[in-house]
Design a protein around this ligand. Structure first.
Ligand SMILES: [Zn+2]
Length: 333
């Protein structure tokens, strides 16, 4: 992975390259920005620049190739074990970083999902950050920097990454033999994340998106049992909840556009226009605004591991309310 292979983020590339050329690399960076936009790829590209025998990140020298196969002795990658980064992983890292680099000019450690460092691990890592050594460099990566310890954040140079433009994602998708409509829908739904546009999320967006909105539209105010059943069904698959909320956001954004008479060229779900227009007839700009806020609020809490079933029930109650804040469903619970 070289800078040239990374889509977008031109400013970040320029800044990092300049820092390297002027020998002003920070001893610790914190790359921040949404999931799947290229932060980790950028970290690998930086490592290549530092380790490459030709100092270009050529991709062909032994240094570059071993980075790509993740078996370079001076590259350390720390990741979550699924739930957290624990203190043992940081202690192990510190043992390795205590030795001088074997081949490269520095040892570099990439800590992915740095917001998953548990408090003990975070505090242990602080020691490494507080006593920086010239031959050690850390690159922390996080999509939720507000959840990284403040003391860690303040000791890193933060480099924010923006979401990719929709046109960039559409361009990549168009090279993948996907028909034009799907290409447009996926580019809009991926929220600037190439990982979402190309990864497993894609199947959800293509296969299940219509079903999600259809099930929701079928609910009426006060239909408690079907609502609880749908909440249970949605809550069952933890992995898909982020995609589910993305789909809901896209549908309600479209409804908002229709209700506020915005341009239909800005619609995301262009293949579901009829259903979305029917739904829009029952809403007002204010009711949609409340529903968009409810979805964002639900997503925020899901990312912080709240009870999924309750979060879904609460969301569905809010989404099935009428435009005048009809409380029928709430009062029957
Ligand atoms: Zn190379």
């Amino acid at each position: 992975m070289t800078f040239a292979n990374i889509i977008g983020h031109e400013q970040q590339k320029k800044l990092l390259r300049q820092a390297w050329n002027n020998q002003r690399m920070a001893h610790a960076y914190l790359f921040t920005g949404a999931e799947g936009i290229g932060k980790r790829l950028m970290a690998i590209a930086v490592v290549r620049l530092i380790f490459c025998e030709k100092q270009t990140g050529c991709g062909t020298c032994s240094g570059c190739r071993r980075i790509d196969h993740n078996n370079h002795p001076d590259l350390h990658i720390v990741e979550t074990d699924g739930t957290a980064i624990k203190i043992d992983a940081i202690r192990q890292l510190q043992k390795e970083l205590a030795h001088p680099p074997l081949e490269a000019p520095r040892r570099v450690c990439i800590i992915d999902d740095a917001d998953r460092l548990n408090p003990a691990a975070g505090n242990a890592l602080l020691k490494t950050l507080e006593e920086p050594r010239a031959e050690v460099m850390l690159i922390l990566i996080s999509a939720h920097p507000d959840m990284v310890l403040e003391t860690i954040r303040s000791r890193c140079q933060q480099l924010p990454f923006a979401r990719l433009e929709q046109s960039m994602i559409a361009k990549v998708l168009s090279q993948q033999q996907i028909d034009d409509t799907q290409c447009q829908v996926l580019a809009a739904l991926s929220e600037g994340s190439l990982k979402k546009a190309l990864g497993s999320d894609r199947d959800f967006y293509i296969e299940q998106r219509k079903e999600v909105f259809k099930s929701l539209s079928a609910l009426s105010v006060g239909s408690i049992v079907p609502m609880l059943e749908l909440a249970e069904k949605w809550a069952a698959d933890k992995e898909q909840l982020d995609d589910l909320t993305s789909v809901l956001l896209s549908c309600y954004r479209d409804i908002f556009l229709i209700v506020s008479q915005g341009s239909s060229s800005l619609l995301t779900n262009i293949d579901m226009q009829e259903r979305i227009r029917q739904h829009a007839a029952k809403e007002t700009p204010l009711s949609i605004q409340h529903k968009l806020e409810a979805i964002l609020d639900c997503r925020y809490h899901l990312q912080r591991n709240v009870n999924r079933q309750l979060a879904m029930e609460r969301l569905l109650i809010q989404l099935t309310q009428g435009p005048c804040g009809d409380q029928a469903s709430r009062s029957q619970l």
